[in-house]
Design a protein around this ligand. Structure first.
Ligand SMILES: NC(=O)C1=CN([C@@H]2O[C@H](COP(=O)(O)OP(=O)(O)OC[C@H]3O[C@@H](n4cnc5c(N)ncnc54)[C@H](OP(=O)(O)O)[C@@H]3O)[C@@H](O)[C@H]2O)C=CC1
Ligand SMILES: O=C(O)C1=N[C@H](C(=O)O)C[C@H](O)C1
Length: 253
């Protein structure tokens, strides 16, 4: 039985994960961690993982960037593998996550769906074939409760494209004060927020007389939750410290 700790258990994603895990026979959530400590499911909820006296095989985190320090401290001290699905970390926080991966297995992905991870491969291929003759613009759309912009996924998609481009790309998030033609090496990244949009990402390659659009739409949060539960099954049995992502889970299937 895989014992899971769930950080952000009382949030939108936490509730979907709780529902999916409750239907599995080979895994169980043994503790939840959340700023809002009301017990909403059949496991105890703590404000801080250090208060939990039991043990878990893996922690899944869909919470807030503010939980990072206490979560990393707990996971390193107890040698617990951890899956960071939260988005919006700054450079310093990303460096701390990477540092911890020298000691414990650490998984991080801004998008846990299979579809987005396939889209990254398609984008690498498109950028390789299209080369420098096409302008790249990324648009992401999310619900009006989302805290961070651009989305973690948009940044992952931009990284996938720029890895395969023949030039060093510059990410541009805002052009409202610009009075100049578009430089070739830009990747424009645009955020839309409204209503209950679960998550949409579109990458446009705009060339001379030709447009190529690659688009992913999440119709429910289940696509992220299913990926996170698969990642827990994968990371919970990993003994080797290091950085892991969805490509490792897909390769192990
Ligand atoms: N990688 C992926 O595939 C996906 C990533 N996400 C990311 O996951 C995160 C959560 O998303 P979502 O569930 O929609 O957000 P919610 O705001 O619905 O849930 C977050 C939960 O975390 C709690 N929380 C806030 N601060 C802390 C803290 N310091 N310690 C513990 N718990 C805390 C919140 O409590 P309170 O409400 O009291 O503040 C809330 O219950 C976001 O960063 C989002 O971008 C979302 C979907 C997919
Ligand atoms: O906050 C969300 O909801 C989502 N966040 C992730 C992101 O920032 O890319 C993933 C998904 O699109 C939903």
């Amino acid at each position: 039985m895989l014992k899971i700790g769930l950080c952000g258990c009382n949030g939108r994603m936490g509730k979907v994960i709780t529902d999916i895990v409750s239907k599995k026979e080979n895994m169980q959530i043994v503790a939840g961690f959340d700023a809002y400590t009301e017990k909403l499911a059949d496991y105890p909820v703590y404000a801080d993982p250090h208060e939990f006296t039991g043990a878990c095989d893996v922690i899944i985190d869909f919470s807030n960037v503010s939980s990072l320090d206490m979560l990393l401290d707990y996971c390193v001290k107890t040698k617990t593998p951890v899956i960071f699905c939260t988005t919006g970390y700054d450079k310093e926080q990303l460096a701390k996550i990477r540092e911890a991966s020298a000691v414990i297995p650490v998984f991080r992905s801004g998008n846990m769906s299979i579809g987005i991870n396939l889209m990254m491969d398609l984008l690498r291929k498109a950028a390789t074939v299209l080369g420098d003759g096409y302008d790249v613009e990324i648009t992401e759309k999310h619900h009006n409760q989302k805290l961070d912009a651009p989305s973690g996924t948009a940044l992952m998609l931009a990284d996938a494209v720029s890895e395969a481009l023949p030039y060093d790309a510059e990410y541009v998030y805002d052009r409202h004060e610009r009075r100049m033609k578009r430089p070739q090496n830009e990747i424009g990244i645009h955020s839309v927020r409204g209503g209950t949009i679960v998550g949409e990402h579109e990458v446009l390659f705009a060339g001379r007389d030709e447009l190529i659009e690659i688009r992913h739409v999440a119709l429910s949060r289940e696509v992220f939750a299913v990926g996170a539960v698969d990642a827990a099954a994968f990371l919970g049995t990993q003994k080797q410290p290091g950085m892991y992502d969805m490509s490792d889970v897909i390769a192990a299937k």
